[in-house]
Design a protein around this ligand. Structure first.
Ligand code: PEP
Length: 251
């Protein structure tokens, strides 16, 4: 039985004051609402605040990207060791916004997966098709290509040490959610693709859904057989909404 995981992706939002208010709200409600593992992925500038607030709580935290390098002349980047220095457990990699606005390729995402593992971080490895790709009938090829890139670079065993987040690009931040059936179909495809290499890894790996998940649609999505939780953007910025999504993840 896979434990559900609900992870918030705050993206580039917040201030020290709003981070404090959000975390206070989450900590006040979390223990009573869910049996899922819960995490927040914050802007790196707030890692110290998040660590100070969440240490000893039931909520884990993580970063939103990681460098493939250990250290050196890479202005603006964050090394995996810097994230773990602040107690991070997770790191988002390959988010569609990084693929889209920063030109991250499947190969670079695979290298980031390996850099995360080298530093003991659990990658939240994002994949997903654009609307054009879905409508053009190449959705499965795109998903397979994204997954295979990590398997080829890191090996199937290392893939199994991460978490996959299926995030259809057309559903991120748009208010349009994949239907439970649409999401389940892709999650089952991802699991089957992994099973071709290793059935045990396929059975064990958590596959989260992301894309406009909110309190109104979370329960139905997370009731699907192959959906093991959510990566939550907009709704993770409001304590009541995020806690409601966490409640919906109860199995
Ligand atoms: C995300 O950014 O990972 C995401 C799923 O965003 P939203 O929930 O806002 O669609």
């Amino acid at each position: 039985m896979r434990q559900p995981l609900v992870a918030g992706n705050w993206k580039m939002n917040g201030s020290r004051d709003s981070v404090k208010a959000l975390l206070d709200g989450l900590k006040a409600g979390i223990s009573t609402v869910t049996t899922a593992e819960v995490a927040v992925c914050c802007p790196h500038a707030y890692l110290a605040d998040v660590q100070a607030s969440l240490s000893g709580s039931a909520i884990a935290w993580g970063g939103q990207d990681v460098s493939i390098h250990d250290s050196g002349a890479y202005t603006g980047e964050t090394a995996g060791s810097m994230l773990t220095d602040f107690g991070a457990k997770f790191v988002i990699i390959g988010h569609s916004e990084r693929r889209q606005y920063h030109g991250e390729t499947d190969q670079q995402v695979a290298e980031k997966f390996s850099a995360a593992r080298k530093n003991g971080l659990i990658p939240l490895f994002c994949i997903g098709e654009t609307l054009e790709e879905r409508e053009g009938g190449v959705m499965e090829q795109v998903i397979a290509r994204q997954v295979d890139a990590v398997i080829e670079h890191c090996g199937i065993a290392m893939l199994g040490e991460g978490v996959i987040a299926y995030e259809p690009v057309w559903a991120i931040g748009t208010g349009v959610t994949a239907s439970p059936e649409q999401a389940q179909e892709v999650h089952a495809f991802i699991r089957a693709r992994i099973a071709e290499k290793d059935a045990t890894v396929a059975e064990k790996i958590q596959i989260l859904y992301g894309g406009s998940m909110n309190p109104a649609n979370a329960a139905e999505l997370m009731a699907q057989m192959d959906i093991d939780g959510g990566l939550i953007g907009g709704a993770s910025l409001k304590p009541d909404d995020f806690l409601a999504v966490c409640t919906a993840a109860n199995r």
